[in-house]
Ligand binder design. Sequence first.
Ligand code: NDP
Length: 234
Amino acid sequence: MSRHVLVTGANRGIGRSIAEGFVAAGYTVSSIHRSGELPEGVTGAIADITDTDAVNAAFDALEEQHGRVEILVANAGITRDGLLMRMTDEDFADVLETNLTGTFRCVRRASQSMIRQRFGRIVLVGSVVGLLGNPGQVNYSSSKAALMGMARSITRELGARGITANVIAPGFIATDMTAELGEDTVKQYEGSIPAKRFGAPEDVAAAALYLASDAAGYVSGAVIPVDGGLGMGH
Ligand code: NDP
């Protein structure tokens, strides 16, 4: 399978693991990243997803090397946690600008290639907290909840053109993002997860590989939980 998959933020964490999974499965893998080193076998273009021109230029450069993007995994995201009454406009706006508008920028550019090919797989990395909510994450959970509306609107708009759009909703996954949590918080979270443990980036990568595959061609507008049962029923 040599399809071209672009993963945003493949330099670390979940994005890195997803990119490695696609490389191992024989895909042509590229990444838009703003820092760091990419895994072996992944072609990079430096861009910040908050910059429309940089995103478009990065897509152009990567498509010149590897042909049109057929699969987009929009993974890059940030947190700026804080309680609602103290959350600044900036902390709210920054998270929305990266997690939602940044994802939109990548999806819009990728869709141009996918429409021409009459084939595409769009995988958005959401979060269980987009469904469940989480104290201290009004900004983050709002941004992740919005990705579900995005995937479903894309499904209705482009579903007849061989394009699918789905959301993966990870629970707590051991990366730099969750490394910031204190020991007590981790214990408390683990207690509420039916699996009683955090997941690994590879757990999310497995879901991304499935959604990108031919086998998932009739799966669209779905929210796939990878959360050890944390968000069940939502
Ligand atoms: P990390 O903080 O480990 O990595 C985040 C990645 O996103 C980095 O590669 C980072 O780049 C990149 N990124 C952030 N902002 C931008 C930007 N403006 N432009 C380009 N790249 C950017 O996070 P995780 O790997 O844990 O998270 C990956 C995704 O999974 C995120 O969308 C996150 O919300 C989601 N998620 C994570 C969960 C978890 O428990 N870890 C749970 C649920 C969802 P750089 O290295 O330059 O900062």
